[in-house]
Design a protein around this ligand. Sequence first.
Ligand SMILES: [Zn+2]
Length: 210
Amino acid sequence: MIHEVLAVGPLQCNCSILGDEVSREAIVVDPGDELPRILHLLAKHQLTVKQIVVTHAHIDHIAGAHRLREITGAPILYNQRDLPLVAMMDQQAAWIGCATPTVSGPDESLEDGVVVGVANLAAEVIHTPGHTEGSLCLYVPEHHLLLAGDTLFAGSIGRTDLPGGSTGKLLASIRDRLLPLPDGTLVIPGHGESTTIGVERRSNPFLQSL
Ligand SMILES: [Zn+2]
């Protein structure tokens, strides 16, 4: 599997490109900004985008998705419970002081248990409400990889003070859906350094009482 992670935009959202070496098909996860860099990496690996997956509809994760769909024709996939956040994109833009991007609803809503992916690359959708109602993680079991969005960070957890946030739901999502994954699972959070499920289970201060 080809896996590129690039931190994009003023909030340095971790955008992932997951590609299959044989078919040269790819998924782009959280194209929040800096489309030229994303397109450059896709071209470098000769990858064709088949799906655009958004872990949740915060501006720093979704802002480039509409434009990437225009360029590639790939559908945008995320959970419809985040549509209220799409409806307030102008407010989200005001939070970080940028222009309001054009943002589309999902071409298909990603529900828990759905498998997305391309040839030889299957990623399971884990619905993890808490940071937002529609937040999801993508689990690629064959490659022991979790793209965690803003649910779980290295040594921290997602903020829950924004509209739709719930600390109780966030902790339950992590306890019931993420901590049962194998210790060696590599976690790429929505921002910051990577980690593993085992390290977070042992040392993340927010999880010790779970
Ligand atoms: Zn977020």
